[in-house]
Each structure stands twice: as C-alpha cells, then as structure tokens.
Design a binder for this molecule. Structure first.
Ligand SMILES: CC(=O)SCCNC(=O)CCNC(=O)[C@H](O)C(C)(C)COP(=O)(O)OP(=O)(O)OC[C@H]1O[C@@H](n2cnc3c(N)ncnc32)[C@H](O)[C@@H]1OP(=O)(O)O
Ligand SMILES: CC(=O)CC(=O)O
Length: 312
C-alpha cells in the first residue's frame, strides 16, 4: 500500500528521532518470558530497520520486573551493538548503574514520577526520596561520559490520583532536569493525555525555560490518543518521540497502562507528512509480526495489521 506524500509543513520538522522502547517498555510487562536469544534478535532486527536509538533493557531487580532479569546477559550477547550513546538502559539506583557500567553501556535513563502514589508503587519511595536516589546515579553516569535521560511518568493522568495538575508535573520535571540529565522525557504512562493537554504542558515547561529541544515524549495509546499527542508535540517543536515496535508496552506497576505508540503507526504518519525517520517500514512490520509470533498474540498496531500478513 502506498501513501500520497505531501510537502513538509512549516510547523512540522523534516526529520525526527525515534527513540525505540520495544525491547524495554514493549517487553517489560509481557508474562511470557522470552529467551535472551530472542531479545537479542529483536534488537538486531530493530537496528537493521534503520532505528538508531533503541532502549534495550532495564537494570532492575528481577523480583520487580522478571522479563528484564537477563539485562547483563542480553548486553553480553549484543556486544558492540548494545553499547554507545544510542543504546540506553533503565537504571533506578547506583546498584543498577554499577551493573550497567560493568556491562559497558553508553547511556542510561532514570525514571521518576510526577505523582506520589506511582513513585511509591514503582520505586518504593516518595518523589523526594526517588530524586535523592537518582542524584548520584546521574552524577556518576555523567562523570563516566554517559548520555543520560530522565523520564517523568504520570505527566497527564494517574490511575490512583486522577488528572495530574500541570504545576505539579512542571515542578518534578524541573527537579529531574536539575539532576543534570541530557534529556527529559514526558511519560503519559496510562495514555489519558489529549493534544490540548500536551500543548498546555509544553507551554508551561517553556515558561520555565525548558525548551522542546530538551524533551522527548512518550505516549501510551490506551485511549487512542498517542499519535495525535505526538503530532501536537511535534508542532510545538519536540523532535524526539518514543515508540514501540508493534505497539507493545505497558508498566507492571501502573494499573491500566497498555501499549506504547506503535513505531509503525508513527513511521506511517511521518511518511505522509514528509518527515524523515530513517526507518524501513517493511522490515519493521516484518519484525513486529515475528515478535507477535514469539509472544503468541497479534500486534496491537493498526499499521502492522494492515501491512503484515496477519500481524501474528
Ligand atoms: C513507567 C515505567 O514503565 S517505569 C519501568 C517499570 N518499572 C520498574 O522497572 C520498577 C523499578 N523499581 C525497582 O526496581 C525498585 O522499586 C527499586 C530497586 C528502585 C527499589 O526497590 P527496593 O525494594 O526499595 O530496593 P532496595 O534498595 O531495598 O533493594 C532490595 C533488593 O534488591 C536489590 N537491588 C536493588 N536495586 C537493584 C538493581 N538495580 N538491580 C538488581 N538488584 C537490585 C538489593 O540489593 C536488595 O537485594 P537483597 O534483598 O538481596 O538485599
Ligand atoms: C519509563 C517509562 O516507560 C515512561 C512512562 O511510561 O511513563
């Protein structure tokens, strides 16, 4: 199926960076534990599609996220392909950082929360305590020459606290950025955000001097808003967009979190808008169809279903 192309608009960029989270966010909530071989093959196939930035795994206790329990082994298998500034891994604390450094990573991401309830559920700490946990992680990672991302989850809605006030989100974002991260990523963990909300949050951050170029956006598609939210963010100047191959994703500690924006859906929309992503869509769809087979269920991505043989 081909798509009529239009000239790039003056508001939209001619190129974006896709920050692929399939191997981490995409798999972390999957009950079927995949072998390290399959995960390594997933990353290799994603690299082959042209995706440049790929978050590969998490250095968290296996008791917390069993699917990520083989992080050192995965990086060992990937060798050079798992290293460098464009292969971030999640680390919550110094113990995780030590293990990630031992594995030779070139980039890490800490992950905080805009709400107290999710901070407790996901990190076993208050927001303030989690900031204290992250501070030496970011400081040591920067000293070691790593690229550092700081996620803020629950930037829009929280399953326990409801709509999250924009001021509250901005305060946590400022604190996370002040740790010294290179990039701040706004997480719509349960996918309740809408484009108007995205614009209001970006405006509020802009008023505090946090420019769109410093930001990534990470939308879950629970309410079917992820692509619309992404386009709103791009129109405001954001240039890094998180997505997950096949639309996999979810958080074991956030009730009602479903899949991320599907990378295929993003690439399809970007093609139509004349925005370069560098991704081979055919290869990507084939990869997601293959992964759906590994997981034993069809991909939730509309584009994978439309272009793949069966999406499974
Ligand atoms: C929105 C999203 O998608 S976010 C990503 C998904 N969510 C997650 O990954 C959850 C992340 N959360 C966590 O990993 C946990 O809450 C933590 C590690 C941050 C804190 O948990 P706590 O239980 O308070 O950790 P604590 O420091 O007390 O350590 C408990 C045990 O885990 C071990 N541990 C702590 N950190 C790590 C780590 N990074 N890697 C491996 N083991 C670790 C400790 O050594 C200790 O082991 P022991 O019982 O044998 O002595
Ligand atoms: C760390 C993340 O995965 C971000 C989010 O979904 O809130």
């Amino acid at each position: 199926m081909s798509l009529p192309q239009v000239e790039p608009s003056s508001v939209m960029p001619d190129r974006i960076t896709i920050y692929e989270v399939g191997p981490r966010d995409g798999l972390q909530n999957e009950k079927t534990i995949l072998s390290t071989d399959v995960k390594a093959q997933f990353v290799r196939r994603l690299v082959a599609t042209g995706l440049q930035t790929i978050e590969t795994t998490s250095f968290v206790p296996a008791a917390w996220v069993p699917q990520m329990g083989d992080a050192p082994q995965l990086l060992e298998q990937l060798g050079e392909l798992g290293r460098g500034a464009d292969r971030p891994v999640l680390v919550p604390n110094e113990r995780g950082l030590d293990a990630a450094l031992a594995a030779g990573v070139g980039a890490v991401a800490v992950f905080g929360s805009a709400t107290e309830t999710f901070a407790q559920k996901n990190l076993n700490r208050s927001v303030e305590e989690s900031l204290r946990m992250f501070a030496p992680v970011v400081e040591r990672a920067k000293a070691a020459g790593l690229w550092v991302r700081a996620y803020v989850s629950m930037c829009f809605g929280d399953p326990w606290e409801g709509a999250v006030p924009i001021d509250q989100v901005v305060t946590v974002c400022e604190a996370m950025l002040a740790l010294g991260a290179d990039q701040l990523c706004l997480g719509d963990t349960i996918g309740t955000g809408t484009p108007g909300h995205v614009v209001r949050l970006l405006d509020a951050l802009g008023e505090k001097g946090i420019a769109p170029a410093t930001l990534g956006v990470h939308f879950h598609d629970t309410y079917g808003q992820a692509l619309a939210n992404t386009l709103a963010a791009l129109a405001k100047g954001v240039r890094t967009v998180d997505a997950s191959a096949g639309g996999l994703g979810g958080c074991p500690y956030a009730k009602s979190a479903t899949g991320n924006l599907a990378t295929e859906d993003l690439v399809w929309a970007c093609r139509g808008l004349g925005i370069e992503t560098g991704v081979d869509l055919t290869e990507l769809v084939a990869t997601s169809v293959w992964m759906a087979g590994q997981l034993g269920r069809p991909s939730p991505s509309r584009v994978v279903r439309a272009l793949g043989d069966s999406g499974q």
